[in-house]
Design a protein around this ligand. Structure first.
Ligand SMILES: [Ca+2]
Ligand SMILES: [Ca+2]
Ligand SMILES: [Ca+2]
Length: 425
């Protein structure tokens, strides 16, 4: 573990367990996979908002990255390590504060070594609260996290949630695609999808990367369609303020064509791309973020070439927002995952983890008919009900024992709960 800077606050530790809490079972309708979720421990972590898993380049060992932010004072990016004995022994875990110099860190994720010629974490930051609304995209190198580099030029009141990489201009250097939002307390909101041009040889110059506007509207989340010879660079974006899901596609003249995919889903929030029903065709997995019973999780069957939507399926709706603060809404980020990495135990269709945000729960959606690609029904299970805002969760077999762990952040409760999915044999 890296030594902290002299004079810095010590890293916040740690982890008191509720080990072996009585488990509950779910997936009783899944014929080939039947699992019990065991709550293994609860880590005490200040204001955890976004979680992610990253492998440290030195030894490949998994780190749980925690983006920790609050209304006032310093925010921080934490890395929790030593998991090889950790799920049984929470007192063995180490928590390292990688940086406290990023304003309101949102998504933090490992990036391709190609981008910066060294391993590190790319952090999207900022949020609409006063004093924290001017965000940035920041690279934090594993070798020296204090030597972080901002890739964006500060722009007052604009903040970022997600990044992806793609060589947009085809010069051989991966660029960064991101979206940013402008949401003053009073006045007009705005959103921009943009790409940041990798300067190549000037990587370590410390200068911000050149910004190129792709389009107005996308403000929080997006995903790039997987590369295909059948279509050029295509970005599926959510437009939270404009209440739309849309697509931007690079055309031959280097501009981006715009297509509205759905303008009736409410305030569009997260989007992921996966083949949900395992019919061989990619689908879109999308959440909105609504304070009333419109709060939903949707799946879209679509044609990635024509970008025509064939069918929208509502996987979960009527999600109750229990958080009482102004603008509270549900759900938050969504992801697909498999409950096991062991051959023979892995179901055909992926499961879905919904971070509830204002619902104050973590919801798991299990396909009702694992082998029927025409069936879009899901059984909802509440994995955890911490009565606290639930931020972005993470899934990985973190200790490498073949059983999958699920990590859920409870923001207001200053807790991260760790579950293991046990196959019922
Ligand atoms: Ca490039
Ligand atoms: Ca499909
Ligand atoms: Ca495990």
């Amino acid at each position: 573990m890296k030594k902290l800077h002299a004079g810095r606050r010590l890293p916040v530790i740690l982890s008191v367990a509720f080990c072996q809490i009585p488990s509950f079972s779910f997936a009783q309708d899944v014929t080939n996979a039947d699992f019990v979720a065991q709550q293994r421990m609860i880590l005490n972590v200040p204001k955890p908002g976004y979680l992610n898993i990253a492998n440290h380049p030195a030894n490949g060992a998994a780190r749980l990255l925690v983006s920790s932010f609050k209304m006032f004072g310093e925010d921080s990016l934490l890395a929790i390590s030593n998991w090889h004995q950790g799920v049984q022994a929470p007192q063995q875990l180490h928590t390292e504060q990688l940086t406290e110099n990023i304003t309101w860190p949102n998504e933090a994720r490992s990036v391709s070594r190609e981008l910066f010629n060294e391993e590190g974490i790319l952090v999207s930051g900022g949020f609409l609260v006063p004093g924290k609304s001017t965000g940035a995209i920041t690279f934090v190198p594993w070798s020296n996290p204090k030597n972080q580099q901002e890739l964006t030029t500060p722009r007052k009141g604009w903040f970022y949630h997600r990044t992806e990489e793609w060589d947009v201009n085809g010069d051989g250097y991966l660029d960064i695609i991101t979206a940013r939002a402008y949401k003053p307390m009073i006045g007009r909101h705005d959103g921009e999808l943009l790409w940041l041009e990798n300067p190549g040889h000037a990587l370590q110059s410390g200068k911000a990367w050149k910004e190129h506007l792709i389009g107005r509207g996308p403000d929080v989340h997006f995903r790039i369609l997987p590369s295909s010879p059948s279509y050029p660079l295509t970005i599926i974006s959510t437009e939270f303020s404009a209440k739309k899901m849309s697509a931007y596609r690079l055309n031959k003249s280097g501009e981006f064509d715009y297509t509205v995919l759905d303008d009736s889903l409410g305030s569009a929030f997260d989007v992921q791309i996966d083949d949900l029903n395992r019919d061989g065709q990619l689908d879109l997995l999308v959440t909105n973020h609504e304070g009333d019973l419109k709060a939903s999780v949707f799946a879209y069957e679509f044609d990635p070439i024509s970008l025509k939507i064939h069918m929208r399926h509502t996987l979960l709706t009527g999600i109750e927002t229990r958080q009482k603060a102004i603008k509270s809404a549900s759900p938050g980020p969504v992801m697909t995952f498999y409950p096991s990495t062991t051959e023979g135990l892995t179901p055909h269709k992926p499961w879905i983890l919904v971070s509830g945000d204002g619902s104050q729960k973590a919801h798991i959606l299990v396909p009702r008919a694992d082998r029927d690609s025409k069936d879009w029904q899901y059984q909802e299970h509440v994995l955890w009900n911490p009565t606290s805002t639930v931020g972005q969760s993470a899934v990985a077999d973190i200790d490498g024992d073949g059983r999958v762990e699920i990590f859920i952040p409870a923001y207001d409760a200053n807790q991260v709960s760790v579950f293991t999915l046990e196959p019922k044999l």
